[in-house]
Design a binder for this molecule. Structure first.
Ligand code: NAD
Ligand code: ZN
Length: 352
């Protein structure tokens, strides 16, 4: 089969590979819509997973089941499915503890284009289909639903980790696709005031659409000063980080009130240690929690997110700024994610 792959660090291209085979609990899926991700850029151009050769890229897909293993009970060929970026081993100790993202190792629930081939092929393999796939309702377009696989589950996880109290003042730092879903998640979680930190007009407009009341441009000066001014020197209850490098944690702690939470879903790509400002963290006694997590995957999570779309709680289609048709366009779509032109939030490739 044909697939779009990482050939080595900094190199991508189309390759031919064997069609994957389903084990008794697995499914083989044909993609209907896929989306490249900032994480694919970290993988290819920053070597985030190490050097990989001919590894099929991609972890965001909606597709049609073409084959299932003998023990799969809830899915059959022809079913349209949402496939989460994170497909844990549900029979693992980490899953039993409530952290399936880390099944069989730290972050190891993330298998696509990491421990195995990703979804940018004519076909791809899904482990434990009954636990990891979700049926796609007829009335949701595949290109909309592909925003669930990673962007929505991650942004919403940022809001979940932040422990938002009804009426709380919440800052979302970074308003790419993940941060925008964090804004939407904060609103759903009952935030009072939402302050979004970003700069690109397309993202600023989307942040307002998803519920941001104030916009802070990090290019206009120190964001701690700007947010302290906006809050009359009080600071905020919760900060969700979805952009920037690890220095952003310093700013986040500085602007958070005692009892508040800093929640991170951003990928910190460099440095051995991450700094926390000692004095502002109350010399270690500020009661400011710092939390971070890989997005939840699996069937139940996808079904919940599907309902948020179906019952009009959130419309992730506003994230899609670029639509392509045909697998051949994957390279162009990935290139967009790499170069991040001003008008881009998220591209999708529809496989007609
Ligand atoms: P993105 O690049 O589209 O968005 C990040 C945004 O942050 C960009 O618009 C960028 O301009 C902005 N930014 C950069 N520096 C900033 C600063 N100092 N202050 C405020 N904003 C700043 O990426 P995305 O797809 O939205 O993903 C966001 C992050 O989440 C990435 O690091 C990605 O790897 C990570 N991610 C994590 C998970 C997870 O499970 N935790 C899943 C998917 C993506
Ligand atoms: Zn992704």
């Amino acid at each position: 089969m044909k697939a779009f792959a990482m050939l080595g660090i900094g190199k991508v291209g189309f390759i031919e590979k064997e069609k994957p085979v389903a084990g008794p609990y697995d499914a083989i899926v044909r993609p209907l819509a896929v989306s490249p991700c900032t994480s694919d850029i970290h993988t290819v151009y920053e070597g985030a997973m190490g050097d990989r050769h001919n590894m099929i890229l991609g972890h965001e897909a909606v597709g049609e089941v073409v084959e299932v293993g003998s023990e799969v009970s809830d899915f059959k060929p022809g079913d349209r499915v949402v496939v989460p970026a994170i497909t844990p081993d549900w029979r693992s100790e980490a899953a039993v503890r409530g952290y399936p993202q880390h099944s069989n190792g730290l972050l190891a629930g993330w298998k696509f284009s990491n421990f195995k081939d990703g979804v940018f092929g004519e076909f791809f393999h899904v482990n434990d289909a009954d636990m990891n796939l979700a049926h796609l309702p007829e009335d949701i377009a595949p290109e909309t639903a592909v925003m669930l696989c990673d962007m929505m589950t991650t942004g919403f996880h940022g809001a979940e980790l932040a422990n938002i109290e009804l009426g709380a003042t919440v800052v979302c730092i970074g308003i790419g696709a993940v941060g925008l879903m964090a804004v939407a998640g904060a609103r759903l979680k009952g935030a009072g005031r939402i302050i979004a930190v970003g700069s690109r007009p397309v993202s600023v407009e989307a942040a307002k659409f998803y519920g941001a009341n104030d916009i802070v441009n990090y290019k206009d000066g120190d964001i701690v000063d700007q947010i302290m001014d906006l809050t009359d020197g009080k600071g905020v209850d919760n900060v969700i980080i979805a952009g920037g490098n690890s220095d952003i944690l310093v700013s986040a702690v500085k602007m958070t009130k005692p009892g508040g939470t800093v929640s991170n879903v951003n990928y910190f790509g460099s440095g051995d240690l991450i700094g926390i400002p000692r004095l502002e963290w109350g010399c270690g006694m500020a009661h400011v929690d710092i939390r971070g997590g890989l997005c939840p995957g699996g069937r139940h999570r996808m079904e919940n997110l599907i309902d948020l779309i179906r019952y009009d709680r959130v419309d992730p289609s506003k994230l899609i700024t670029h639509k392509f048709h045909g697998m051949d366009k994957l390279e162009e779509a990935l290139e967009l994610m790499k170069n991040k032109p001003k008008d881009l939030i998220k591209p999708v490739v529809i496989i007609d």
